[in-house]
Design a protein around this ligand. Structure first.
Ligand code: PMP
Length: 426
């Protein structure tokens, strides 16, 4: 038995499934989840003292790599000053100012503690602002475990919401319309029928929760037009893409401006932080300025703000995202070349510092049904093979991969050599 196996057995006695978030349980790939002891730079070290090159980065936040000295220093300084007061601090304003500077569509921003809180609050605000109940989301997009957003589609362009978790009242889910990602015609048809009832469209501008699917040209622009025509609030869920696809997020990268933006992951530098912000006119409806209620005991916590702000400052250095994108492309292209050599059909895609690879014959993957048709069994074997070679990929065929600035050329080379070896066995 490895230490991880022993620890997992023990964890399952007290924690549902042994984990505090389901994907960590390795259900998507089989086997026992790895328990980690420490991390440094691009590496994770497990309880059995094995080293892994990390392509998850705590699911996105660790864009600088692990245990970055700048973050450690910021945290140590705050620990000495007390770790929270539940009252205003100067650092909250510094953080808000930085976010508004980096993401120009944001005039006002409110800090929360997770991506889920950010999207939940943005949806409530959009409903309160418009006085409408319905929202549009896209199949395969994940926005956290918000009741209204845990809804899947059936067949057809428009399906009345069916909750995909017990515990979500059908009477709530029916307000969620689930459409096809990258299908602007479907969106236009729906809006032609009931546009005046739709409070918001929420979208991951690069879909990162069904592997990695960039928007096709015209999709995000089309959403912007439809929202303008119907007085609907356009929400970009940039929890994953924010500060990663580019310094200004996916909205900066694609040049499409949402009304509201949900942020998470990188904004907290590894601590539990989310945020939502946008147009002043809309954000002024939030309490205490307006009637839409939203609050948080630990929101804007100084420890979290220090880690987040230190991260945002570090990634603002000129050329940071260009270098990171170059590294990401090198990983992507190397894995693709390894697959080609082995005669394994593989498609790689991505945006900025996020990437995805699909075991499929399709030259590009733009739709949810194409994702579902990929060879998941082959992915599982690839994942397990890479793990043995000391490369830690997301343990699911439906998650995007993330790179960090700590990744060295040697790490990338190690990854590609491992991929060659593993592809040959598939
Ligand atoms: N939105 C997106 C796009 C996400 O990827 C996630 C989490 N992976 C969330 C929202 C929810 O964030 P959290 O897990 O911090 O609640």
């Amino acid at each position: 038995m490895t230490h991880s196996e022993t620890l997992f057995t023990e964890a399952q006695k007290y924690i549902p499934g042994g984990v505090n978030s389901p994907v960590r349980a390795f259900r998507g790939v089989g086997g026992t989840p790895i328990f980690f002891k420490h991390a440094e730079g691009a590496y994770l070290f497990d309880e059995d003292d094995r080293r892994y090159i990390d392509y998850i980065g705590s699911w996105g936040p660790m864009i600088l790599g692990h245990a970055d000295p700048r973050i450690k220093e910021a945290l140590h300084a705050q620990v000495d000053m007390g770790i929270g007061y539940g009252a205003p601090t100067a650092i909250e304003t510094d953080m808000a100012q930085k976010v508004c500077e980096l993401v120009p569509s944001i005039d006002l921003v409110r800090m929360v503690n997770s991506g889920t809180e950010a999207t939940m609050s943005a949806i409530r605000l959009a409903r309160g602002y418009t006085g409408r109940d319905k929202i549009v989301k896209f199949e395969g997009c994940y926005h956290g475990h918000v009741d209204s957003l845990l809804v899947k589609a059936g067949s057809g362009a428009l399906t009345l919401g069916v909750p995909n978790s017990p515990g979500i009242p059908a009477s709530l889910a029916e307000h969620t319309l689930t459409l096809n990602f990258n299908d602007i015609d479907g969106v236009r048809e729906t809006f032609a029928q009931m546009g005046d009832q739709i409070a918001a469209i929420i979208v991951e501008p690069v879909a990162g929760n069904m592997n990695c699917i960039p928007p096709v040209p015209g999709f995000l622009e089309g959403l912007r037009e439809v929202c303008d025509e119907h007085g609907t609030v356009l929400i970009f869920d940039e929890v994953m893409t924010g500060f990663r696809v580019s310094l200004g997020g996916a909205q900066g990268y694609y040049g499409v401006t949402p009304d509201l933006t949900a942020l998470g992951k990188v904004i907290g530098g590894g601590l539990p932080v989310g945020a939502f912000g946008g147009k002043r006119e809309i954000m002024e409806h939030i309490a205490p300025l307006g009637p839409v209620y939203q609050a948080g005991t630990l929101s804007g916590n100084p420890l979290a703000m220090r880690a987040g702000l230190a991260t945002l400052n570090a990634i603002s250095e000129p050329g940071f995202h260009d270098r990171l994108t170059e590294k990401t492309n090198a990983v992507r292209d190397g894995i693709k070349a390894a697959a080609d050599e082995a005669g394994i059909p593989l498609t790689v895609q991505g945006a900025g510092a996020m990437f995805g690879f699909f075991f499929t014959d399709e030259p590009s993957v733009t739709r949810f049904d194409q994702v579902m048709a990929c060879d998941v069994e082959r992915f599982k074997r690839f994942f397990q093979g890479m793990l043995k070679e000391g490369v830690y990929l997301a343990p699911s065929a439906f998650e995007a991969g993330f790179t960090s600035a700590a990744l060295t050329d040697d790490d990338i080379e190690h990854t590609i050599v491992a991929a060659r070896k593993v592809m040959a066995t598939l």
